[in-house]
Design a protein. Structure first.
Length: 268
């Protein structure tokens, strides 16, 4: 059971994809201070790239929760590591996309009881450019999980849409406008400049950005990506080192109506 720190409105911090050990270390160092400064009530973090190369591991999930995450969402790499699979079944606040094809472990939905309000978190996977043709249609999956959230008494519904195409993300945002509190995109690791409240009260951003090294290509050592693009190299992805930044959004949501009252981008 959680106790809301503020009043009727809930302050929700959502951070983009954590990149490797360096991203986890940045969370451990900075997230407690950031949460205190922003008077955060609930923290949701995408952790699907938090392991040393890709995917999420049991140790990296522990680090993210230990840093202060209440819910960890995932993406197309969530099931890459075998050690995380039983954890997905045992920890209800560790999610993978609900519409992920051939997924036998975990789920893409959880309910957080905040005391006088309940928050549902939904994790979905896009289909465009992700070679996820066997995934359930995210629009249909969203309808099903929103109905479940309402039946579970959720006043606030958050959707992490892990997708590649801007058009798919924008389309889902407008489709869910007025049905959920917020839709935030993950996966592309570059924070977009379109944080807004949609016409019917849903907070939206196409991509949160990442929690990882600043001098990188989407978190990866630049030389690796340059070699791949210029020379056709096949070098293994190595996360860059150096100074990191936490990127995401801060939402202020009416705990009764579930509408977003304010949305701000975060770079810390």
């Amino acid at each position: 059971m959680y106790e809301i720190l503020g009043g009727e409105n809930l302050k929700i911090l959502v951070l983009g994809d954590v990149c490797g050990e360096v991203g986890c270390e940045a969370l451990l160092k900075n997230l407690p201070r950031l949460k205190k400064q922003l008077s955060v009530d609930l923290t949701v973090i995408n952790g699907e790239n938090s392991a040393s190369s890709n995917g999420i591991s049991a140790p990296s999930a522990d680090l993210i929760f230990g840093a202060g995450a209440d819910v960890i969402t995932g993406g197309n790499h969530t099931l890459s590591r075998k050690d995380i699979r039983p954890v997905l079944d045992s920890n209800e606040y560790l999610l993978r996309p609900d519409n992920m094809p051939l997924a036998e472990f975990g789920k893409g939905y959880c309910l957080v009881d905040m005391g006088h309000t309940r928050v549902a978190v939904i994790n979905l996977l896009g289909q465009v450019y992700l070679d996820m043709h066997k995934a359930e249609n995210p629009f249909i999956c969203a309808d099903r999980l929103i109905e479940k959230a309402k039946n579970d008494g959720a006043n606030i519904i958050l959707v992490d849409f892990h997708a590649e195409a801007t058009s798919e993300k924008r389309a889902l945002g407008f489709y869910l406008d007025g049905k959920v509190s917020a839709v935030f995109g993950t996966h592309t690791h570059v924070q977009t400049n379109d944080a807004q409240i949609l016409p019917l009260g849903t907070g939206y951003i196409t991509d949160l950005g990442m929690s990882g090294p600043i001098n990188s290509v989407l978190g990866v050592e630049p030389s690796v990506i340059i070699d791949r693009l210029k020379n056709g190299g096949q070098g293994r992805f190595i996360f860059a080192e150096g100074e990191c930044r936490l990127e995401g959004i801060l939402l202020e949501v009416d705990s009764k109506t579930g509408k977003t009252l304010d949305i701000k981008t975060v770079k810390y």
